[in-house]
Design a protein around this ligand. Structure first.
Ligand SMILES: Nc1ncnc2c1ncn2[C@@H]1O[C@H](COP(=O)(O)OP(=O)(O)OP(=O)(O)O)[C@@H](O)[C@H]1O
Length: 244
């Protein structure tokens, strides 16, 4: 079995006329089991597209994605989606539902249409409550998410991603728009999942200081390609090079 849980080989996605090139233009990268990797790059570099392609939301035109040694195909995608959870930009919660109901939505993929009419089984509700407890939100389980702060909402979104028990968590700008305290709480939550549960985490961030504090390794994208893969100790220099 390979050491790598995520591998992209010459990954190319659809051509974008506005960019005059494919959005991802020959991505090569490898991520090991249990790593905390930060994905960096200027606006439009292709970071969100790369994360989305890792859960099959953006089809490759060329190249290959392997998750846990499985080449991504329409046949392997259901298995891959069991192993990988994605935290979308802005959280993507349903505002009129409670925190608990939002977390339970993370189980919808595991249930048939008929089963959803019957409501969620007790064990799912207990698991959702346990996750909210772990994230310091047990008291807010019945609160509508529209009434929660940005940081609390982001932690509900993390709980929703975790209810699938993923091995890999992809987080697209998990702290954008949050204040310093909320950002720290969210980053500490991700860090704990990494250190205590050995979860593989790939997070898109824009703050180089936060990236260096939490991630073990950085992948920097520019114009749909990987331009740096390595330690987070000199990220400023990598960015100076991109923008020069
Ligand atoms: N469905 C699409 N059709 C056409 N162009 C697209 C599509 N999705 C993304 N793009 C373009 O591809 C480029 C990469 O977008 P992407 O969202 O992956 O960048 P990003 O690095 O995540 O940027 P940001 O930091 O601004 O979130 C952008 O120029 C965007 O306009």
């Amino acid at each position: 079995m390979s050491d790598y849980v995520i591998e992209c080989h010459n990954l190319e996605t659809a051509y974008a006329a506005s960019l005059n090139r494919p959005i991802l233009n020959g991505i090569n990268c490898q991520i090991k089991r249990g790593e905390f990797v930060v994905l960096l790059g200027l606006n439009g570099a292709g970071k969100s597209t790369l994360l989305r392609s890792l859960v099959g939301l953006v089809p490759p035109v060329k190249g290959e994605i392997r998750i846990n040694d499985l080449v991504m195909t329409p046949q392997t995608l259901p298995q891959i989606r069991r192993d990988v959870s994605m935290l979308f930009q802005g959280g993507g919660l349903i505002r009129q539902l409670s925190a608990l109901e939002n977390v339970l939505c993370g189980r919808l993929g595991a249930r048939t249409t008929w089963q959803t009419f019957l409501g969620f089984p007790k064990r799912d509700r207990l698991l959702a409550l346990e996750l909210l407890e772990q994230l310091g939100l047990r008291q807010l389980a019945d609160q509508k998410t529209s009434l929660l702060s940005g940081g609390q909402q982001q932690r509900v979104a993390i709980a929703r991603a975790l209810i699938q028990s993923p091995q890999i968590l992809l987080a697209d700008e998990p702290i954008t728009g949050l204040d310093i305290m909320a950002s720290q709480q969210v980053m500490q939550t991700l860090s704990k999942l990494h250190t205590e549960q050995g979860m593989t985490i790939v997070a898109v961030l824009h703050d180089l200081g936060i990236a260096a504090k939490y991630a073990q390794r950085a992948i920097v994208l520019n114009a749909g390609r990987v331009v740096y893969e390595g330690l987070c100790d000199n990220l400023q220099a990598q960015f100076a090079e991109i923008s020069s």
